[in-house]
Design a protein around this ligand. Structure first.
Ligand code: ADP
Length: 319
């Protein structure tokens, strides 16, 4: 393999740049040229390529976002677009592709591989919901951003004796809510993976109040319901004013944590090794502290599951 390409696709995540850097540096270490594809699959289809040398990925390891930009390009689900993209890559001498993104991006990579063009997937999303890995690049940074925000909101909640609902991201996954809720000492955590009873939250609030507790933090994952809606329901039942904070896109940004940078380095290096070894169609991940790789189909069979023992623990610690 003489030349490979790399792109970022789907929702951006802190640490994607560190992964791009790792891909470029590892490939160059083995004498392989790298082409950066701008704007995800849209750029792949439109030949929006630019060579990436060792220097071009300098000073990006610490930066959030992605220097290659990301895009959604639904047209890429169609076979014609995929075939065109393959033809254009081949014409440019590109022999393999690293895709950094979530499960939607993986499906594009799997289909290109099935059409004869070897691709490897690196899990990059703050939601931690990619199959075939316990952790994705970006999750740890987003988690720390959320915990930092909870701490700050707690300061004002304590001072004014308020109850806050904090809505966090995660799409259909509860990992951000669960981990941040546990780390931030939330009184209640609502995640899509577990049913909840509004009365249970009310009971917890009332139990806390009877102990003299004058403030509370409730974390709700966006996949459960809107924070404002939950606050309204709680207000109706308790008669107490509930404030809402929707953390929003700050969760996607910021300098990647050390852990995300290390993960990006490990994943980027393994992805390049796989392509050099002629093993396309693989999804890279981490399991039990080891870097692993699975055939895309096998990865898709291992749907990501939130660690529900943390949910049980959070209930025990916030009685
Ligand atoms: P993520 O990768 O974060 O899950 P999306 O689901 O939005 O984000 O997917 C990102 C992009 O991947 C889409 O805009 C599209 O270009 C491509 N993609 C998604 N699903 C498929 C699919 N089934 N087949 C081919 N390409 C896909």
């Amino acid at each position: 393999m003489k030349k490979i390409a790399v792109l970022t696709s789907g929702g951006d995540a802190p640490g994607m740049n560190a992964a791009i850097r790792a891909v470029v540096r590892k490939a160059r270490y083995h004498g392989v040229e790298v082409v950066g594809v701008y704007h995800g699959y849209e750029g792949l289809y439109n030949e929006n390529y630019k060579p990436l040398d060792i220097g071009s990925v300098g000073d990006i390891i610490q930066r959030g976002g992605t220097i290659l930009y990301s895009a959604r390009f639904p047209e890429f689900k169609e076979g014609d677009y995929q075939e065109q993209a393959i033809e254009r890559m081949k014409k440019a001498g590109i022999e393999g592709l690293v895709v950094i993104g979530g499960d939607g991006s993986y499906r594009g990579a799997m289909q290109l591989t099935e059409k004869g063009f070897p691709c490897v997937g690196i899990p990059g999303t703050i939601d931690n919901d990619v199959p075939g890995t316990e952790y994705t690049i970006g999750f740890d940074t987003a988690l720390n951003t959320v915990v930092d925000s909870i701490d700050k909101i707690r300061d004002t909640a304590t001072s004014h004796e308020n109850t806050f609902v904090i809505e966090v991201m995660g799409r259909d996954a509860g990992d951000i809510a669960l981990w941040a809720g546990l780390a931030g000492g939330a009184e209640s955590i609502l995640i899509p993976e577990e049913k909840f009873e509004i009365e249970d939250i009310v009971t917890r609030l009332e139990r806390g109040a009877s102990r003299g507790k004058r403030h509370s933090i409730i974390i709700v994952a966006e996949g459960v319901m809107k924070g404002h809606k939950l606050a309204k329901q709680l207000e109706e039942r308790t008669g107490v004013k509930i404030r809402t904070s929707v953390l929003g896109h700050i969760q996607r940004g910021g300098s990647p944590s050390a852990r995300d940078r290390v993960l990006a380095g490990l994943f980027g290096a393994r992805a390049v090794e796989l392509l050099i070894e002629g093993k396309g169609g693989r999804a890279v991940g981490i399991k039990n502290h080891n870097v692993v790789d699975y055939d895309f189909k096998v990865a898709f069979e291992q749907k990501h599951q939130a660690d529900l023992s943390l949910y049980t623990l959070s209930k025990e610690l916030s009685i």
